[in-house]
Write a protein that binds this ligand. Structure first.
Ligand SMILES: *[C@@H]1O[C@H](CO)[C@@H](O)[C@H](O)[C@H]1NC(C)=O
Ligand SMILES: *[C@@H]1O[C@H](CO)[C@@H](O)[C@H](O)[C@H]1NC(C)=O
Length: 281
C-alpha cells in the first residue's frame, strides 16, 4: 500500500508539467522546505497580494527559496542555508524565471538573453524585473541571497533577478557588503549550519520608471535574520539587521524579537516568529 502510494506520487511528479520553480506553497516542494529552519515558513508576507513562491532551481538542483512580489517586481525575502564559499568569480548571466512568463515553461532559471532570443515577440517582464530595468537606473542590482554565502553552483544561482532588488550603490558596496562578510566569519567560526532570511521592505511610492511605466519598486529597507545551529541541530546563535536603502550607508543590528517588532509596523496581521521556536534551544 505504502509502495503504491509512493509510486503514485513519483509518477505524479513526472507527469506534472508545471513541476518546477513556481509552486502554490513552499510545502508543496520538500526540496524547497529544507531552506527553512525546522521546515517552518514565516507567516509574514504569505498573504500579500500578488506574491508567488519560487523554488530556485539551477542545473536541476534547488538552491534557495524566494517569496516574490509580482507587483513590486522584487522579492519579499529569499531563504537559504549558508554554505562556505570556495571562491569563484561572478556569474556572467542574469537569470529569469521562465514560469513567471508562462507557467508551462521550464522550471529552471534561464539566462534572460537566451530566453528572449528563444521566444521572439513575447514580453518577459510582465511579472518580473528585467536586466534592462536596472540599466542607468542609478541603483545596483543588489543581491538579497548573496553569492558570497555559497559555493559554486549555488553561487551562480543567486544571479537570478528574482533574488535582486534595486540597492543604493553605496550601501550595497559598503555597509551591507561588510555586514554580509561579518556574518560569514561568524557562521564559519561558530555554526554547523546557518539558516538565513534576507529581504526587502518595499517603499510606498518609489520606483524605477521606464517609459513612464512603474517597473521595479525601490525598497525602503534591506534586512536579514539568521538562526545558526550546532552539530546536533541545536540553535546557538541568532541575529538580524536592517538598513535604510539610502546612501546613509548604515546597518543596524537587532535581535529576533526586535526584528519581529520592526516587521509588525508594516503588517496588519501578526508577524509571528521568523524561525521555529524563535531559534531558542
Ligand atoms: C559559475 O560561475 C562561474 C564564474 O562566472 C563560472 O566560471 C562557472 O562556469 C559557472 N558555473 C556554472 C555551473 O554555470
Ligand atoms: C504558454 O506556452 C504554451 C506552450 O508554448 C502555449 O501553448 C500557451 O498558449 C502559452 N500561454 C500563454 C498564456 O501565453
Amino acid at each position: 500500500m505504502q509502495i503504491l502510494f509512493i509510486l503514485c506520487v513519483l509518477i505524479g511528479t513526472f507527469l506534472d508539467p508545471t513541476e518546477g520553480e513556481v509552486v502554490e506553497h513552499f510545502w508543496d516542494s520538500p526540496e524547497c522546505m529544507k531552506f527553512f529552519y525546522k521546515q517552518k515558513v514565516p507567516d509574514f508576507g504569505a498573504t500579500l497580494p500578488d506574491v508567488v513562491h519560487l523554488c530556485q532551481r539551477f542545473l536541476n538542483t534547488y538552491h534557495f527559496a524566494t517569496l516574490y512580489s509580482t507587483y513590486h517586481r522584487t522579492a519579499v525575502y529569499s531563504a537559504y542555508v549558508f554554505e562556505p564559499s570556495t571562491g569563484g568569480g561572478r556569474e556572467k548571466n542574469w537569470f529569469l524565471e521562465p514560469q513567471l512568463v508562462n507557467h508551462t515553461w521550464s522550471g529552471e532559471m534561464t539566462d534572460g538573453y537566451w530566453l528572449s532570443k528563444d521566444n521572439p515577440g513575447i514580453y518577459l517582464g510582465e511579472k518580473q524585473a528585467l536586466d534592462e530595468d536596472y540599466k542607468n537606473s542609478g541603483f545596483d542590482r543588489g543581491h538579497l541571497n548573496p553569492n558570497g554565502h555559497h559555493a559554486v553552483p549555488g553561487r551562480n544561482s543567486t544571479f537570478t533577478l528574482t533574488n535582486i532588488v534595486p540597492k543604493n550603490p553605496k550601501l550595497n558596496q559598503n555597509a551591507w557588503r561588510l555586514h554580509e562578510s561579518k556574518i560569514t566569519d561568524l557562521f564559519n567560526a561558530n555554526c554547523h549550519q546557518a539558516y538565513v532570511l534576507v529581504g526587502a521592505v518595499p517603499s510606498s511610492n518609489n520606483w524605477i520608471i521606464k517609459n513612464n511605466v512603474q517597473r521595479v519598486n525601490i525598497p525602503e529597507y534591506i534586512w536579514n535574520a539568521y538562526c545558526c545551529v550546532d552539530q546536533n541541530g541545536r540553535p546557538i546563535l541568532s541575529g538580524a539587521a536592517t538598513a535604510l536603502n539610502t546612501e546613509l550607508n548604515v546597518v543596524e543590528e537587532h535581535n529576533l524579537d526586535e526584528m519581529v517588532d520592526f516587521f509588525q509596523q508594516y503588517s496588519d496581521t501578526p508577524v509571528g516568529e521568523l524561525f521555529s521556536g524563535r531559534c531558542k534551544a
